[in-house]
Design a protein. Structure first.
Length: 619
C-alpha cells in the first residue's frame, strides 16, 4: 500500500469517527466555548457564531478580543462569565474592570430573563429600595458596605441601604454619589454578581434527568430534552476503539516519516560536507568567498533585479564605485548543491575572453550565491528576438564577430582546459554581451567535466533547453552523448541569429513550417532566400552563418563538425562552404510550405514553426 493510500485511509477513518461523534450532538446541540470560560449551550448561544434558533431570547453571549466569555445586561453593561450551572440555572459573573458598583446605576433587570441571587443561590428580591452610594471625606467609617474600588486616600465610598434611618448613620462630610438597585451586598466588595433564570425551565425538566436542554423544533414547545454529548471518559473510550482500528496504520506512517526525516537530515549533512569539502579544495584557485552579509551589502539589500529564471534570481551589485557585478542567488531546486558545485568547479578555473568570469561565491548554510563580472548589454537573446531597433543595432559583421566569439569560447571549453567541459545549455539566453558586444558564455549549472580522451559520456537523463537539445540526448539511437551535443545547440543558436526568431516560436498563420528545414530547402533549391539582405559582404555573411548552422544541426553526431572546425569555417571567406547533407530526409519543399513536417525521430518535441510570405522572405 502506498503512503498516499495509507494517509487517505487514516483521514477517512478519522472523518467517519468524528462524524459519529457529531451525530450525538448535531447542530445547535454541540456545546461551544470561547477561548476562556465555560461551555456554552442552550438556552445560551454565541452571537455571530451560532444562529438565533440555537438560543433563547436574552441569552446571547459573545467572545471578547482576548477570548473571555461575555454577557451583556441592560443597559449596555458587559460582564465576564465565570461559570454556568445549567442544573440550578445560575450564572456567575464578574466585572472585568473590577468596579461593578460604579455600573450598577445603569443596571435594570426588569426586561431581562435574569434575577439576582445571593452566593448561596437563594432568590433575592430585586424590588427593594436599593442603595445610595455616598462619597465621604476623612478616615474610614463604621458603615455597612464599603466600596473599595471607588475609594482612594482622600475619599471613601459607602453603599447605604435606602431603608436605613439616616440619623443612625454617620454621614457627616458625605455627599450622595448615585443610587443603585437592590442587589446582594457582596457586589460592592467582591465585584461578583450571581443571576439565575426561571424560563426556560431546563434544570428541572432536563438536566436532572441526565439529559440536556435543546431548542425545540415544535412551535408549541420552548425546548426539548436530548442526550448529552459524550463525556470526556466516553470520548476516551471511543477514541481507544477507533485507535485500535487505525493505530497500526498511524504507527507505520509515523515510523516511515521518521525514517525519511532522519535520512533527509543525514543526506543534507553529507551534501553540505560535500560542498564545503569542494570549496576547501577549491580555495587555491582564489575566487573570493563572500559571507551572506557581504552579498546583501554588495547588492544594496537586493534592490536592483536584473533577471529571474528557474535557476534563481540575478541582482546587480557593486564591489566598488567602479566595479559592478552580477549576483546570482540560486534557488533550492537542487538541494544537493550539484548546480552550485558544477558552476564553481567549471567556471572558476576558466580564463578566456569569451567565457564569463566568476568573481566569487557564497556558501552559507543552504544559501548558494555566485558573483560574476557585470556585462551591461545583457544577453544575446534580447537583441536577436526583441524589437527591430535593437536587432538593427547589430550589423551582419557584428553578428559574425559574436558567432565567432561564441564558437571560440565553446571550443576552449572542449579543448583548452585540463578537462573537457560539456556545457549542455548553449542558447542565446546564456550568451552575455559586454560593452563592446563581445560575447561571453555563461551558466554552467548543467555542465559536465570529462577527460579529453573520453569520446562519449554517460547520461542518466537529458539536460538542456527544449529546442536546443541534441537528438542523442533524447534517444541513444542517434549516437552517444559527447561534445558534439554542444555543437548541435550552437547550430540552432546560429540559425536563430540569422532568422531573428526563436526556433520554438509559433506563427499563427495559415502556413506553418519547421524553420531549420525551411531554410535548408530554400537554400538547396536555389531560391532567392536573401532578397531582404543587401548584396555583397552582408549577404555572404548571412549565407555563411546559415550553412555553418546547418552543418552543426545534423541529426547524427558523427556528421557534425567539431567546434575547432566550426571556428575555421567562420573565419574563412565562405567561398569553399558547401551545403551539408539534408538532415531532414523525410520532407521536401512541398511538404514544408503545405504544413508541419514529421521529425525523423519519434519523440514528442515542440516544433519550430514559421510562416512564409509571397516573395520567399522570412515573415
Amino acid at each position: 500500500m502506498s503512503a498516499f493510500s495509507i494517509f487517505f485511509f487514516i483521514v477517512l477513518v478519522l472523518h467517519l469517527f468524528s462524524a459519529l461523534l457529531r451525530a450525538e450532538a448535531d447542530g445547535c446541540n454541540m456545546p461551544q466555548r470561547c477561548r476562556r470560560g465555560p461551555s456554552i449551550r442552550f438556552p445560551f448561544r454565541i452571537k455571530d457564531k451560532q444562529s438565533q434558533n440555537c438560543g433563547y431570547p436574552g441569552f446571547d453571549i459573545y467572545c471578547s478580543n482576548n477570548g473571555d466569555t461575555m454577557l451583556d445586561l441592560p443597559t449596555s453593561i458587559s460582564l465576564t462569565v465565570k461559570k454556568i450551572d445549567y442544573t440550578s440555572q445560575r450564572i456567575d459573573l464578574f466585572d472585568p474592570q473590577k468596579c461593578l458598583a460604579q455600573k450598577l446605576q445603569d443596571l435594570n433587570l426588569s426586561s431581562s430573563p435574569f434575577k439576582f441571587v445571593d452566593n448561596n443561590n437563594n432568590n433575592y428580591n430585586n424590588g427593594g429600595d436599593g442603595y445610595t452610594i455616598f462619597n465621604c471625606s476623612n478616615s474610614i467609617r463604621d458603615l455597612l458596605y464599603h466600596v473599595p474600588c471607588l475609594s482612594d486616600s482622600r475619599y471613601q465610598f459607602y453603599a447605604v441601604p435606602n431603608s436605613s434611618y439616616m440619623d443612625s448613620v454617620s454621614l457627616t462630610n458625605c455627599t450622595s454619589y448615585h443610587n443603585v438597585p437592590s442587589v446582594p451586598s457582596d457586589v460592592f466588595a467582591k465585584n461578583n454578581v450571581y443571576l439565575n433564570w426561571s424560563e426556560p425551565a431546563c434544570g428541572v425538566n432536563c438536566e436532572n434527568s441526565r439529559t440536556m436542554c435543546a431548542p425545540s423544533n415544535i412551535s408549541t414547545a420552548k425546548f426539548m430534552c436530548v442526550r448529552k454529548p459524550p463525556s470526556d471518559k466516553e470520548k476516551k473510550k471511543n477514541f481507544k476503539i477507533a485507535g485500535a482500528t487505525i493505530g497500526s496504520f498511524i504507527l507505520f506512517t509515523t515510523l516511515t516519516a521518521l525514517i525519511l526525516v532522519i535520512f533527509k537530515i543525514i543526506k543534507d549533512r553529507e551534501n553540505r560536507k560535500k560542498v564545503e569539502g569542494f570549496l576547501e579544495d577549491y580555495r587555491a584557485l582564489k575566487p573570493t568567498r563572500f559571507c551572506y552579509s557581504d552579498i546583501r551589502k554588495i547588492t544594496n539589500q537586493f534592490s536592483e533585479k536584473l533577471g529571474e529564471g528557474g535557476y534563481g534570481v540575478v541582482y546587480k551589485g557593486k564591489l566598488s564605485t567602479e566595479i559592478s557585478v552580477a549576483v546570482k542567488v540560486l534557488n533550492n531546486s537542487k538541494e544537493n548543491g550539484e548546480e552550485f558545485v558544477n558552476e564553481v568547479k567549471t567556471i572558476g578555473r576558466i580564463h578566456h575572453v569569451n567565457v564569463v568570469r566568476l568573481v566569487g561565491f557564497c556558501a552559507e548554510g543552504f544559501r548558494r550565491v555566485l558573483v560574476y563580472e557585470f556585462l551591461p548589454n545583457e544577453s544575446l537573446e534580447k537583441f536577436i528576438f526583441q524589437s527591430e531597433s535593437k536587432r538593427a543595432s547589430l550589423s551582419w559583421e557584428k553578428l559574425l564577430e559574436i558567432a565567432l566569439g561564441i564558437a571560440k569560447g565553446v571550443e576552449y571549453l572542449h579543448q583548452g582546459c585540463d578537462q573537457q567541459i560539456l556545457h549542455f545549455d548553449i542558447k542565446p539566453h546564456n550568451i552575455l554581451l559586454d560593452q563592446n558586444f563581445s560575447p561571453k558564455v555563461c551558466d554552467f549549472g548543467l555542465a559536465k567535466l570529462c577527460s579529453k580522451e573520453q569520446s562519449a559520456v554517460t547520461m542518466t537523463a537529458a539536460r538542456g533547453t527544449m529546442g536546443y537539445i541534441a537528438p542523442e540526448l533524447l534517444s541513444r539511437t542517434f549516437g552517444r552523448v559527447s561534445y558534439k551535443s554542444d555543437v548541435y545547440s550552437f547550430g540552432m543558436l546560429l540559425l536563430e541569429m540569422v532568422g531573428g526568431r526563436k526556433n520554438v516560436d509559433l506563427d499563427i498563420n495559415n502556413s506553418k513550417v519547421y524553420f531549420p528545414q525551411w531554410i535548408y530547402n530554400h537554400l538547396n533549391l536555389g531560391d532567392e532566400f536573401w532578397v531582404h539582405i543587401e548584396e555583397g559582404e552582408e549577404g555572404n555573411i548571412a549565407r555563411k552563418l546559415t550553412i555553418v548552422g546547418l552543418h552543426c544541426i545534423q541529426w547524427y553526431p558523427a556528421d557534425r563538425p567539431s567546434m575547432k572546425e566550426v571556428v575555421q569555417m567562420l573565419e574563412g571567406d565562405g567561398t569553399d562552404l558547401v551545403m551539408p547533407p539534408n538532415p531532414f530526409p523525410t520532407t521536401n519543399a512541398t511538404h514544408l510550405v503545405a504544413g508541419i513536417p514529421q521529425a525523423p525521430f519519434q519523440i514528442e518535441l515542440p516544433l519550430i514553426l514559421e510562416s512564409e510570405s509571397e516573395n520567399g522572405a522570412i515573415a
